[in-house]
Design a protein around this ligand. Structure first.
Ligand SMILES: *Cc1c(COP(=O)(O)O)cnc(C)c1O
Length: 376
């Protein structure tokens, strides 16, 4: 995997991914829940190729944000169930049906246009209904739904209710609010007829944070995104390390050139770093155009030969400068780990997120355009 001639690449650790899937499936099984893999945004930046691997290892359902993402999965021949979480316009319904996607209905217009279109085609479509229990984004407020909505759906030969879901807004940070959202969801479900009038449907509400922190909220399906990729939804790595989940993504680049700068020499745009002593620096091929946030400038460490070294000055569009003073004999072409492990040292997504004040999800997505190498 080393020195392949490229300047910058992402390594996907498929063994870690498979291990995470099996670990999470086993854990979900203890609560009689099934794992749905959430793979929006190119599988959190890992690339849609990994979704096919997940299917081969036994993941039967995934969630995506858009119809387009669902169609892209079908284009690479993904055969599992695809739930479209993020809504759709009426002109996308043909694609939903042609690609056998399962839409989540989050507002009246979606429900109406779906029923109409499916009726015209004389087909039946499975769908999930989304309830807003306090996220304030997609989904029906219970009070906005007519009391007999389920009867109308039930009587429509073209619509088949396959699931009811809600989404938590702060499972990682607010126990009380999450419990109140969960309570509202259960109340909503309890208001539905319990006498077998409705066909069986799947109930689901948990994301990774809720799954790990509130096992009682797993219900029939657990919608797991970031945990599948071995990264903590809270930013605290212990939460996933304690369940033996392992990071899947690593980002590597190579040293393009090395030189020694004198003391009092300025480094990078804006001269935000000045050497305090003679400093051996190296230039590497990674900048904000490739997804490394510029707000990590002067706050970032990378690994060279298993040692942590600081990055110096402002991150450029395609390059950055690192301090290799402490590394004897370091050479042009050597591999630098920006994310991932080298021996005992590790740079985690959670660390990068913490250093620039964002959440781990955003760090993963920001690297999504980097060339992938699938490591088996
Ligand atoms: C993204 C998403 C998830 C997964 O969230 P993670 O924190 O990555 O586990 C679950 N449900 C919905 C509706 C989502 O949009």
């Amino acid at each position: 995997m080393e020195n392949t001639g490229s300047h910058l690449w992402m390594e996907i650790d498929t063994q870690a991914l498979q291990h995470n899937l099996l670990t999470l499936q086993k854990e979900a099984g203890r609560s009689n829940s099934e794992v749905m893999g959430v793979v929006k945004a190119d599988a959190y930046g890992h690339g849609i190729e990994v979704v096919k691997l997940l299917f081969d290892w036994g993941l039967k359902r995934v969630g995506v944000a858009t119809v387009e993402e669902g169609c892209n999965l079908r284009k690479v021949d993904f055969r599992g169930e695809i739930l479209v979480l993020g809504g759709f316009f009426s002109e996308e319904i043909d694609s939903i049906l042609d690609n056998h996607l399962v839409p989540v209905v989050s507002c009246f217009e979606e429900g109406r246009s779906l029923a109409e279109k499916v009726g015209q085609r004389g087909e039946t479509v499975k769908f999930h209904l989304k309830i807003d229990t306090g996220m304030g984004r997609g989904g029906f407020l219970e009070r906005d739904l007519p009391a007999d909505w389920w009867r109308r759906v039930n009587q429509n030969p073209f619509l088949s209710l396959a699931g009811i879901m809600t989404h938590f807004s702060c499972a990682e940070s607010d126990r009380e609010y999450t419990e109140s959202q969960f309570g509202q969801f259960l109340t909503f479900l309890n208001h539905l007829p319990q006498d077998g009038t409705l066909p069986p449907f799947l109930r689901h509400c948990s994301n990774s944070a809720a799954f790990l922190l509130f096992p009682e909220m797993r219900l029939d399906l657990s919608r797991l995104g970031i945990a599948l990729f071995g990264v903590s939804p809270t930013g605290d790595a212990r939460l996933v390390v304690d369940c033996s989940l392992r990071p899947v993504m690593a980002i590597k680049t190579r040293i393009k050139n090395i030189k020694t700068l004198p003391a009092n020499f300025r480094v990078g745009y804006g001269s935000t770093f000045v050497t305090s002593r003679e400093t051996k620096v190296a230039v590497v091929s990674l900048g904000y155009a490739q997804g490394l946030f510029r707000s990590l400038s002067n706050r970032l460490e990378v690994l060279v030969r298993g040692k942590r070294v600081p990055a110096l000055g402002t991150i450029s569009m395609d390059q950055m400068v690192i301090d290799v003073s402490g590394i004897e004999g370091v050479k042009r072409g050597e591999v630098v780990t920006v994310l991932g492990r080298e021996g005992e040292e590790e740079i985690r997504v959670e660390e990068l997120a913490h250093r620039c004040g964002t959440i781990p999800h955003e760090i993963l997505c920001s690297f999504r355009r980097i060339t992938k190498k699938i490591c088996r």
